[in-house]
Design a protein around this ligand. Structure first.
Ligand code: FES
Length: 169
């Protein structure tokens, strides 16, 4: 439906992406209005990816990484949390609700939790209403697709150094 909130989920390959897969295998019911973008680690997330998603008209963004202490690249998820916080502040500065963006930590075994997170965000965004930056669902989806391509290109071949950019944390 056109008035359903659009959600983009940046998911770590090792946990949230596997949890999303598990939710699918378990046939758990959760809103279908989420597009999942797999990253080798949430440490790959950049503030500009997050802002670009909103600029493209996405209504809400989830960043989902490994449990604290469980990141395969040691501190990628901690770095991601700092970037998410920075992006939330920037969203508030431009008049968008910071609640449209949130980071979660979960394990690969938590398919049920993944479904709950998507449901929670979908309900929250329905209450907030569509992003004022959303022009049309079609354009927002096209923008998300472009972002996914960009992130995949940026992530290719970086499995071993995905969190090296400590200086940018
Ligand atoms: Fe999952 Fe870093 S490997 S968040």
């Amino acid at each position: 439906m056109d008035d359903e909130p659009l959600i983009l989920a940046f998911c770590c390959h090792y946990c949230a992406y596997a949890a999303a897969d598990l939710a699918g295998s378990m046939r758990l019911q959760y809103p279908s209005n989420v597009r999942v973008l797999r990253l080798p680690c949430t440490g790959r997330i950049e503030v500009n990816y997050l802002l670009a998603a909103f600029e493209g008209g996405i209504d809400g963004v989830i960043v989902a990484g490994c449990l604290e202490g469980g990141c395969h690249y040691l501190e990628g998820n901690l770095r991601a949390r700092r970037r998410v916080e920075r992006a939330r502040k920037l969203l508030a500065e431009i008049g968008l609700e910071a609640e449209r963006l949130e980071m979660f930590n979960l394990s690969s075994a938590e398919g049920t939790r993944f479904a709950e997170i998507v449901t929670l965000m979908s309900r929250r965004l329905a209450q907030l209403g569509p992003s004022p930056l959303r022009r049309s669902r079609k354009r927002a989806l096209a923008g998300a697709g472009h972002l996914i391509d960009q992130a995949e290109t940026a992530s290719s071949g970086v499995q071993n150094d995905c969190c090296r950019s400590q200086e940018r944390a």
